[in-house]
Design a protein around this ligand. Structure first.
Ligand SMILES: [Zn+2]
Length: 240
């Protein structure tokens, strides 16, 4: 696993050149579509990341959950097919109205995040994320001082990216321009979920507690309303 980190400079140089070439073509598309003749709605929807939530998608504040018989987890009072995934995990409901209202930058749409993460789609444009023999491309906030081979073994809620969107994001986002890590990930199994832990109060009422990131084998899982899928990044190679 560590050997992946000792790739030659030649490979890295080819990769960076590839990123630049893809970015140039995507940038051209964005400039072409963002003309004064286009409607404001179309302009903004093209520039808003795929996983970003829109104001028309805001969920009702009250989530009607109940404890399952035997006090073994939570369920929707009016649960329907599709409220749980194939593992039986209860999923946060998310209205789908992408492109309607205003983008809520910083808010991630739960269903689109799960769709992108499950299918390894680019979190920005929603197309297939960039993958080569060395793995899939991820753009992360830089925390490489956290542990020696960071981000290896990190649980990640951010879906991957395509090459063009990676470069465009670095150019257009002040935080990423200042510091980022572009990473190839050789293996990224689905490992858990991120969501809200629900607990029972002393009088037995259900209430939301706090955000948690739990693995699929965590005993707390039946008490989590899952918003996002988590992949564990393995066999990672830092590109920049
Ligand atoms: Zn993309």
């Amino acid at each position: 696993m560590r050997s992946d980190r000792n790739r030659s400079n030649g490979v890295r140089a080819r990769e960076q050149t590839y990123l630049r070439s893809i970015a140039a073509s995507l940038l051209g598309k964005l400039v072409t579509t963002a003309t004064p003749q286009a409607t404001p709605q179309r302009d903004s929807s093209l520039l808003v990341p795929y996983v970003t939530a829109w104001s028309a998608e805001e969920s009702p504040t009250a989530t009607d959950l109940v404890a399952l018989p035997g006090n073994c987890g939570i369920a929707y009072r009016n649960e329907i097919a599709g409220d749980r995934d194939e593992r039986g995990i209860l999923l946060a409901r998310a209205r789908n109205a992408r492109g309607h209202g205003k983008p809520r930058f910083g808010a991630v749409h739960a269903a689109r995040q799960r769709h992108a993460m499950r299918n390894l789609l680019c979190q920005v444009c929603g197309t297939t994320a960039d993958t080569n023999d060395e793995g899939t491309l991820w753009l992360l906030q830089d925390h490489r001082t956290d542990w020696p081979d960071w981000p290896n073994r990190m649980g990640c809620t951010e879906p991957p990216v395509c090459a063009g969107c990676a470069t465009l994001s670095i150019r257009s986002c002040p935080a990423l321009r200042k510091t980022h890590a572009l990473v190839r990930v050789g293996h990224a199994p689905l490992a858990g979920v991120h969501g809200t832990l629900w607990v029972r109060s002393p009088i037995g009422a259900l209430k939301s507690s706090h955000s948690v990131l739990v693995r699929f084998d965590d005993p707390l899982l039946p008490w989590v309303l899952a918003s996002h899928l988590v992949r564990e990044l393995q066999q990672t190679t830092l590109l920049t």
